[in-house]
Design a protein around this ligand. Structure first.
Ligand code: CA
Length: 230
């Protein structure tokens, strides 16, 4: 049975573009432009995932999400505008599974959708997860214990390096752009140099890749970085 995705987006061009791309990938798509209608459809229970814009006529996306979460745990990915800082924060606080900033590359949206659906499927299969360790090959990161080890050898990281590595591992196999990393690790209001990401990637490589003679942190030219097993 095809995976059903609801697209709540009032910008017809964007909605149509997403619909075409998702259908091409084999998803079954329904789109709706009005917030109230979107909420009703999301609550109807027939969807495996909801893509939810924030600025909508009728009812805004954050309010829709709040109401969805009262009665449903359907995965929700928020579509946010670049300057809508508060929206992203309140969206995640309110139980969005992920968000993507417009304009986005369709490949990133597809990757986030796959990740979201996979997490949900894994969660359903084994509700009691054994720890929240993130791994890539012999690299293990424990978010709660704030520990990193490679093949059992502890790796000492600063808190920023740790946050960067955690973000990369949470998105294993997904290429993250510098802007995305900057937002997620340094925050929306970071005003410093954008090459700070490259600098910290170098720090991480010297402490992990170089030290253990592996290539886990890869550069994707013109796009960004990804953590991938060799
Ligand atoms: Ca909109």
């Amino acid at each position: 049975m095809a995976t059903k995705i609801l697209v709540v987006e009032d910008e017809e061009k964007i909605a149509r573009f997403i619909e075409l791309e998702l259908e091409y990938e084999g998803y079954q798509v329904e789109k709706v432009a009005d917030g109230r209608q979107g909420l009703d459809m999301a609550l109807s229970g027939g969807f495996d995932l909801v893509l939810l814009d924030i600025m909508l006529p009728g009812l805004n996306g954050v309010e829709i999400l709040r109401r969805i979460r009262k009665g449903s745990d359907v995965p929700v990915i928020m579509l946010t505008a670049r300057d809508a800082v508060m929206d992203k924060v309140s969206g995640l606080d309110m139980g969005a599974d992920d968000y993507i900033t417009k304009p986005f590359a369709i490949e990133e949206l597809l990757a986030r959708i796959r990740l979201c659906l996979r997490k949900r499927a894994a969660g359903a299969a084994e509700p009691e997860e054994t720890g929240n360790a993130l791994t890539c090959g012999a690299l293990v990161l424990h978010p709660e214990r704030h520990e990193v080890a490679y093949d059992g050898t502890p790796v000492e990281l600063t808190s920023r390096e740790f946050a960067l590595l955690q973000t990369l591992l949470e998105n294993k196999n997904i290429v993250l752009g510098r802007d995305t990393l900057l937002e997620r690790v340094w925050g929306y209001d970071y005003m410093g140099e954008t090459n700070v990401v490259d600098v910290y990637i170098r720090y991480l490589r010297s402490k992990i890749d170089d030290k253990f003679d592996v290539k886990l942190i890869k550069t994707v030219r013109g796009v960004g970085y990804v953590v991938r097993e060799e």
